[in-house]
Design a protein around this ligand. Sequence first.
Ligand SMILES: [Zn+2]
Length: 321
Amino acid sequence: MRLKEKRTDEPFRQLNGSSLLKGYQFAFIDEGAKQEIRRKILKAVSIPGYQVPFGSRELPIARGWGTGGIQITLSLIGHEDILKVIDQGCDESVNAINIKRFIIAVTGVPTTQDTIEATIIQTRHRIPEEPMKEGQILVLQVPLPEALRVVEPSEMETRRMHAEADYSKMWVYLYEDIVRFGEISIGARYPVVVNDRHIMDPSPIPRWDIPKLDRAEALFLFCAGREKRIYAVPPHTSVKPLEFEDFKFRVEDFKGAVCSRCGRVNTFLDEILHEETGEKVYLCSDSSYCEKGLLEQRRPNPQDPEQDRRDIHATFPHSNG
Ligand SMILES: [Zn+2]
């Protein structure tokens, strides 16, 4: 379903095109730098999961606040693109809004909150719930690109380990984790094997999102601005979480909890405390997906509009819809 209401981000509609920063070229970074980043992206796509070093540029944002993701977005974006930016699944958090505002100011491209409509989605810590399609690019901001850092402090040594596919230390680490805690205790940043070759840090996405990387139609690009690394998962590439035969990888279990806004069950949920009652309630972490669920529920049923109204009141007792 298309979200007509959300076709363009309302708060950004006036900004698009009319408030381009004067004195800067299109997409802020100089063309030579963009070319270098695009060459590094091509290399990363050619060797899935391999970390390619690049000359990370200065941006008017401190490193550690998404500068890697922004550099990828700026080096790829064109006038015909439609941009979506999310932070922890949300389109309207401070980090997402400020990144979006900056990219609009230097490109003038239209933005959207609709996952299906966007051509480039920049994200921190989530993959959208709706499956992305061929031709779409998901740009992930990465704080720590090295999955092996937890077992090996030396960069020289981790690069040797990757070169020789010597991942025994990582397997021992997982084994010890199981001995100590009875299960693999890693939550976000769950290590994966890409294309049956490189162990890769998928950035701090929840385990819930890991299966979405496997043989997907979209292109995933990862970039750490501070650590100066680019890596990629091209479309239709195998991405497998590390697991043992008798200790399988599993995603987060919400034990049947329901989003208190759209009523969905099969979605990654954030647990929050209700402002008035203080009770624990759950909300979809992907705000655009939640919004779509809500609109779908509110769409009148031509057979029986009254039935629809009753359903909504049963799900949302305080709703006026
Ligand atoms: Zn929801």
